[in-house]
Design a protein around this ligand. Structure first.
Ligand SMILES: Nc1nc2c(c(=O)[nH]1)N[C@H]1C(S)=C(S)[C@@H](COP(=O)(O)O)O[C@H]1N2
Ligand SMILES: [Mo]
Length: 197
């Protein structure tokens, strides 16, 4: 697959490309199943489990501080895209609105379309993580997770759930969709935490 679309990292970028990854200039779409049809009017976002249950509307998210982000994106299928430009809301700002129980240690990300992925609480609540609604200055296209997706730059992109609509707080680790199907529990690209076998 190397050649027209995938390039060996150039030397000045190679320190940003994790082992075993190739750069792509396009932005491939990686979805298991169909892109869910989301009616914008009824869009909502819930938190539950070991957190005070709450439902957030689109305007609740828009009322939070909006930031531009530039982040590298690493898919476990070996493509990486550098300098993706997004706009959205910091996870840390959103989490100021959520009352999490002191014994919570893990989060399950839930989505429209029933995809799930698990993440330790400390990997989730990081300054550089964000909820994105805009990609390269345009409303986030449905196939890339619009209206809202999570972006967790320091882990493989399957942790960056598209069509995110809920967070379940847990006091133990449960496995999400790909993790039950052989992907690594944590997925750190610099350590090549690709698969669990
Ligand atoms: N809801 C949902 N989120 C998802 C996925 C998915 O299938 N469903 N695929 C994951 C994988 S494997 C990757 S690499 C990225 C791909 O994001 P993209 O399609 O915007 O490139 O989304 C992640 N988030
Ligand atoms: Mo992926």
């Amino acid at each position: 697959m190397i050649g027209k679309f995938f390039r060996k990292p150039e030397s000045d970028q190679s320190d940003r490309v994790p082992p075993g990854q190739y750069l792509t200039k396009g932005f491939p779409v990686l979805t298991y199943g169909q892109t869910p049809q989301i009616d914008f009017q009824s869009w909502e976002f819930r938190v539950w489990g070991l957190a005070q249950p709450k439902t957030f509307s689109w305007s609740d998210f828009m009322a939070l501080p909006q930031h531009d982000f530039t982040a590298d994106f690493h898919c476990v299928t070996r493509w990486s895209k550098l300098d993706v430009k997004w706009t959205g809301i910091k996870v840390t700002d959103f989490m100021n609105l959520v009352e999490v129980a002191p014994n919570a240690t893990h989060v399950m990300e839930h989505c429209y379309g029933d995809y799930t992925t698990n993440i330790p609480l400390e990997d989730f609540v990081r300054e550089e993580n964000f909820f994105a609604h805009t990609l390269f200055g345009e409303p986030l296209p449905a196939e890339h997770g619009g209206p809202l997706r999570l972006v967790v730059p320091h882990l493989y992109a399957w942790k960056s759930a598209k069509w995110l609509n809920g967070l379940e707080f847990l006091d133990h680790e449960e496995l999400g969709f790909w993790e039950r199907n052989g992907y690594h529990r944590r997925g750190e690209p610099w350590a090549e935490e690709r698969y669990s076998f």
